[in-house]
Design a protein. Sequence first.
Length: 283
Amino acid sequence: MIPVPLRRAVLRIAAIVLFVTLAGATYQGAATAIERRQFPHPGRMIDIGDRQLHIYCTGDGSPTVVLEAPAAGMSSAWGWVQPVVAQTTRVCSYDRAGLGWSEAGDRPYDPSAVPDQLHTLLSRAGERGPYVLVGHGLGAVFAKLFAGRFPADVRSLILIDPAATGSASAATMRLVSASPWLARAGILRVSRLLSHTVVGLPESSAGPMKSFLNRPDHLTRAANEMARWNDAVHLADTAPLSPGLPVVPVSVNGTDRVTFLTDSARATEVTAAITTAVGQVAS
């Protein structure tokens, strides 16, 4: 039989844990409600058949630059890049299904479906090719898949720190897998375990990024993408690219963890590569 003092101590601890969890969940819900009003989507919501995806296009000219965000990222991750590229040509960033402002839909996540969804999104948004396709990290994998599946639409491919098999660290994988539950309890918001990774972005981009990196819906899809990381990399490695397609590798942060282009100097390297590719395609 459990001694009475021990039983009381266990009950007290359980009550404290329950109180903290409920308080965290309440804080999380209130903060999320405020952020929904504070950070409305800057672009357009486009119906692609089974869900709506968010696309944000700025600038004018051709070719159109299309940006694929890294793991756990979204359109706002390109805060240093998109405004600069928009001074030269048309540039579009977007949120993959379930990330950022885009709807997840009812179907389970499938990495092979990402390029088809992007192709439909661009078509229904009226954003015509040819495209200079830019991907960062896991986004580089999806960019390569798109180029292999729709070769006639892609004139140049820029791969920033492309993801490789097993390149996501075990610690990162565990954190992202647990992040939806940590977010629901408000732990991520208080600890800034993920939101600190966007420090350095322009505030107009950092605000939405911090918000979604504390949101269970966004993090659930991010965890699904991370869980299928190696599958996505394998698909990209076997994607047939058109002979002669310019493929430009850019090394910025390495491939060991989920990172964003928060350093303006590093982002300048990326925009320089994009500007060069645009000039070559346009000439």
